[in-house]
Each structure stands twice: as structure tokens, then as C-alpha cells.
Design a protein around this ligand. Structure first.
Ligand code: NAP
Length: 292
């Protein structure tokens, strides 16, 4: 299939490469020209704008940072809408607002262009190994058309509902991950203050109901007191802002999510935006005067 891929960061670059390796013809665009070079050396075709990439493809994948970035790439000057053919499909795999996503889908449909929201979970490792979880919102017939493309990128591919439902699922994912990180940080701090080895506590907990990928992966980072990303604090804060903004629009009260959002904000203000978000542990330790 002819695929445009726009946004070649930590996630986008390996995803575009996996599509090329699966036999698709991939037209890439990155905001920084140099971000396209390794992909073009590998056989993808360089495009100077989102509009140019979109004009050459039937599926147009967007993988940029935040809601305003997706809006700019699709609707801005030289954006996707200035090149996309009627009948093509925009697949936004960035993590952005569900409310804005529904608006984007309506605006594209008015121009004869379909849209799926398809945010992912699984991190850079999942992007490289093509084992991402992909949460999709959109029409079933459009999902069926794009499914072979998703299969080159991930393993657990679920059509959750109509447009926006994929982003809602991703927000749910981020609530569970964030609140779990906070819980693991508090538990390991509780162990240490009690004079009990937190590493042994983690081993003991792994086999029971408290066992989880968060206890395993993020818990290890907390024990090591080392937080290379992973998933950056600034991106997790962005996602929790999406959660809290959407909750506010709906009149929902999410006290645990609100607490972790505040802790991510404290980390940002301490200059730790680039650390893995397991560094929430530093905030928990600081609250009890237990910094290492
Ligand atoms: P990243 O490394 O920061 O890459 C983002 C890319 O988007 C960059 O190449 C950037 O271009 C481009 N971009 C941003 N704003 C743009 C704009 N207005 N116009 C054109 N290009 C723009 O981020 P990432 O880790 O790949 O994440 C991408 C998305 O996936 C985010 O929504 C993130 O929340 C989500 N996600 C990330 C992970 C993870 O573990 N990293 C996991 C799941 C989901 P420049 O290079 O010019 O800055």
C-alpha cells in the first residue's frame, strides 16, 4: 500500500521503517529535514511537506506530539488537507484529546477524507519490535481497510468504538499507568521507612495480586533510583492533562489521577521533564524527607 508517514520522532521513525520492511511504499515527512535521512537511506521516499506526502498515499499516518501539532500537520499551511485525495484515510497515532479528535474527524469527512484515531501503548521498544498495542476509533469498514497496516506495527489491535474512542482508551491506559506508578512508589517508600528491603518486597509482591508490569519495570527504576526515559515525564504530564481536561468537560471527579498529575507537575517544575515518569518516586520520597 502507498502510505504517508508524518512525524519521525522516537516512535515514528521505527514505525515508518517497519512499514517499509513489511513491503509498503512509504512517503515520509519530518519537520527537521535530517530526521528523514536515515529512513530515505533505508528506502522510504522524502517529501517536503505533509501535503506532498499525503498527495502520494491512500493511508496518511500522523505521529506527532500533542493536539495543536496534529491540527497544524493536518489543517495548517502545507498540511495534509492540501494534498490528500478524496477517499484517503488519515490515521492519527499520536496521543491527543478525544474531543479535538472528533472535531478533526468531522472536518475531514466534510472534505471526503476518512479518519481513524489509533494511539498506541508499548513505548519505543514496542515501536521497534512492532509489538505495539493499538487502540482504534472510527468506522468498522475504515478499520478493516487499514488493519493490514496496523498489523505491521503492533500485536494487540482493538477497534474500541467510533472516532475518539481510541483516544479515550489511551487516556484510560494512562490513568491506570499513572496511578499504578504512584502506588508502587508509595509502597516501596513504605517498605524502606519500615527498615525492610524494598527490592525483597518487590520480589514478594510480583507473584500476587499486586504484581504488574508497572511493579516490574517502573519498580526496578525506582529501586535503582535511575530514570532514563522510557516515557518522558513531560509526555506523561501532557497525557494526564488530556485526562483531566476531558474529565472537567464531563463533570467527572478523578481524585487519584489529579494527585499524580500534580506530582508530574512538581517533577516538571524541578527540571525533571526529560526523566522517565517513574521519577514520581522522587516526589513521594521528598514529601517524607527521604531523598536518596
Ligand atoms: P518525539 O520523539 O518528541 O517525536 C515527535 C515528533 O513529532 C518529532 O519528530 C517532531 O518533530 C514532530 N512534531 C511535533 N510537533 C510537530 C508539528 N507541529 N509539526 C510537525 N512535526 C511535529 O515523541 P514520540 O515519543 O515519538 O511520541 C509521539 C506521540 O506518541 C506522542 O503523542 C506521544 O505521547 C505518543 N506515545 C509515545 C510513547 C513513547 O514511549 N515515547 C508511547 C506511546 C505513545 P521535530 O523532530 O522537528 O521536533
Amino acid at each position: 500500500m502507498d502510505i504517508a508517514f508524518i512525524g519521525l520522532g522516537i516512535m515514528g521513525k521505527p514505525m515508518a521503517l517497519n512499514l517499509h520492511n513489511a513491503g509498503h511504499t512509504v512517503f515520509v515527512h519530518g519537520r527537521r529535514a535530517e530526521s528523514m535521512t536515515p529512513l530515505c537511506d533505508g528506502g522510504c521516499t522524502r517529501c517536503d511537506s505533509p501535503a506532498e506526502a499525503a498527495s502520494r498515499a491512500e493511508i496518511i499516518i500522523v505521529m506527532v506530539s500533542d493536539t495543536p501539532d496534529v491540527e497544524q500537520v493536518i489543517f495548517g499551511d502545507n498540511g495534509v488537507i492540501h494534498g490528500a485525495k478524496p477517499g484517503s484515510v488519515v490515521v492519527d497515532m499520536s496521543t491527543i484529546s478525544p474531543t479535538a479528535t472528533r472535531r478533526f474527524a468531522d472536518d475531514l469527512r466534510a472534505r471526503g477524507i476518512e479518519m481513524l484515531d489509533a494511539p498506541v501503548s508499548g513505548g519505543d521498544v514496542g515501536a521497534i519490535n512492532a509489538t505495539l498495542s493499538i487502540m482504534v476509533g472510527g468506522k468498522p469498514e475504515v478499520f478493516d481497510r487499514v488493519k493490514p497496516v496496523f498489523e505491521a506495527l503492533g500485536k494487540n489491535i482493538v477497534l474500541v468504538g467510533d472516532n475518539g474512542a481510541g483516544q479515550v482508551a489511551k487516556a484510560c491506559n494512562q490513568i491506570v499507568v499513572a496511578v499504578s506508578i504512584e502506588g508502587v512508589a508509595e509502597a516501596l517508600t513504605f517498605a524502606r521507612k519500615n527498615g525492610v528491603d524494598p527490592a525483597k518486597v518487590r520480589d514478594a509482591l510480583m507473584g500476587g495480586f499486586a504484581g504488574s508490569r508497572i511493579l516490574e519495570v517502573h519498580g526496578k527504576r525506582m529501586l535503582d533510583n535511575a530514570y532514563p526515559p522510557g516515557f518522558k515525564t513531560k509526555l506523561h504530564r501532557k497525557d494526564m492533562n488530556i485526562v483531566m481536561q476531558t474529565a472537567h468537560e464531563l463533570g467527572l471527579d478523578l481524585p487519584a489521577a489529579a494527585l499524580v498529575t500534580e506530582h508530574l507537575e512538581v517533577l516538571m517544575n524541578a527540571g525533571d521533564a526529560e526523566l522517565d515518569s517513574a521519577a514520581v518516586m522522587k516526589v513521594v520520597e521528598n514529601l517524607s524527607g527521604m531523598e536518596r
